[in-house]
Design a binder for this molecule. Sequence first.
Ligand SMILES: NC(=O)C1=CN([C@@H]2O[C@H](COP(=O)(O)OP(=O)(O)OC[C@H]3O[C@@H](n4cnc5c(N)ncnc54)[C@H](OP(=O)(O)O)[C@@H]3O)[C@@H](O)[C@H]2O)C=CC1
Ligand SMILES: O=C1O[C@H](COP(=O)(O)O)[C@@H](O)[C@H](O)[C@H]1O
Length: 515
Amino acid sequence: MENNTRQLPPHVFVLFGATGDLAHRKLFPALYQLEKKGLMPEGLSIVGTARRDYTTEAFRDEVHKALLSFVKEGVEDDVWARFAPRIFYVPGNVDNEDDFRKLHQFVLDVESKKDHEGNRLFYLSMAPRFFGETALYLKKVGLADTKGWRRLIIEKPFGHDYKSAAELNDQLSSAFAEEEIYRIDHYLGKEMVQNIEVIRFANSMFEPLWDNRSIASVQITSSETVGVEDRASYYETSGALRDMVQNHMLQMVMMTAMEPPSRLHTEAIRDEKVKVLRSLRAYKEEEVGQYVVRGQYTAGEIGGKAVPGYLEEPGVAPDSKTETFVAAKLFIDNFRWAGVPFYIRTGKRMPVKSTEIVIQFRNMPKHLYFNQDGNLGPNLLVIRINPVEGMYMQMNVKRPGTDNVVVPIAMEFSQSADKSPEAYERLLHDAMHGDSTFFTRWDEVSLAWKFVDPIAHAFANNTVPLHTYKAGEWGPKAAHDLVKEQPGLWWPLYGNESPMDNLEHATGHPVEVKR
Ligand SMILES: NC(=O)C1=CN([C@@H]2O[C@H](COP(=O)(O)OP(=O)(O)OC[C@H]3O[C@@H](n4cnc5c(N)ncnc54)[C@H](OP(=O)(O)O)[C@@H]3O)[C@@H](O)[C@H]2O)C=CC1
Ligand SMILES: O=C1O[C@H](COP(=O)(O)O)[C@@H](O)[C@H](O)[C@H]1O
């Protein structure tokens, strides 16, 4: 893994889909931040391409406008003055071989002006149907024949199922070696997702407890308040299962459950993650209904504002069966995790935007102390990924006074998310340095699809009921039934709030805990 302050290596960064939404909202702002941090060397040039007929000058103006809209803290003139001359644009259609030849010549011209050490990084920020064909053209016209290194960054989604993912992978592999392919999962660029490993493997207090002897269950939730927005054409073919579960949710399961790697080396880490997927209990299509719940939002209210149901969203078929919510109970059948349920849950139009991992420890073998409910709340370790970056431990202490009542408290750590680099900045930085630790390897992607495919078939064949939930609720009732036996509830998520302000869930009653 690389040092974040080291200068980036010289190279030409070729961005396909340079006029698109992702490029404007995420990629150019991320590149700007790398410039601002002084990490870009003299020989680093950015060549954007798409069909729109811009000149380089007009494209630089577009990028400047995008930065003004999407760089939160504003654009500094001196940084822009350094950044702008690196940016070039050449129009082209990825269906057209001649346009690839023009692009090749353009890149050679850019390379002739400064020493880029013959390195090229290609980023495919386009509709996925173009990924395979673009990689093949890169090889065919010689763009991928470099004097230095070459790398290919691929956006999501990587296939629609195992079969299409394998076909795509075959196409990519005929032009690039596996170690040259960087498959993006932006959750792996999130500060606290990367921190899971550090929390686990740099603290001697957690690792001895990190197994089925001490942990009763794990809950991983990624909830969003937004609906489908203007992405219905994509989302209607994807749904929450392919959009969130196959990639981000399973990545968080892997990070939470993996064994310690033998060393902090990319392949050693990825090997351990893959082993988790190999141990993940696969469900046959006919079993899916016992372990997986799907839902679709209906009209409701979020933050006091009325919002339409999924079926009323623009571009959604009036009889659409696309799921906007998935909850599932997973088992990792290895020595460490046998018998521990891993619950995952993700949905749109839920009450708060939040991603959290809740590790629930086993109860004491015998209760000597009780809360006012006559119970004792469990210990929790909660890793907060978004919007707050941090973690807290929920423990029991004596309520001050003479009544010997025990109350839950939260020992809390949080850091300002504003200071953390955005996921795309970190991932671009890593790819430029050739560090693929936080990108997904083909065996991870393929196993994730093999796990998801029977669930997708069960959804497509309506073997699993499609429940509804009102926008602003925590998914359908069936999702609550999934956890009914153990632990009995989905632990609340706090969004931007502090758990210290709201601990009543631990006892079922409000408790008086003040900071
Ligand atoms: N937007 C987002 O927030 C996210 C996007 N992604 C992924 O990123 C990728 C890009 O998404 P997004 O930016 O939203 O998509 P857009 O539709 O906004 O952009 C697509 C880009 O591809 C270009 N393009 C389209 N057809 C061709 C063609 N035949 N030849 C050359 N260029 C072409 C378009 O430019 P032009 O019309 O000028 O040709 C445009 O620059 C997708 O894989 C998506 O799944 C992933 C996560 C989030
Ligand atoms: O990949 C995706 O992720 C976002 C949620 O990402 P986050 O970083 O905001 O948690 C989701 O909205 C989108 O549908 C999906 O494609």
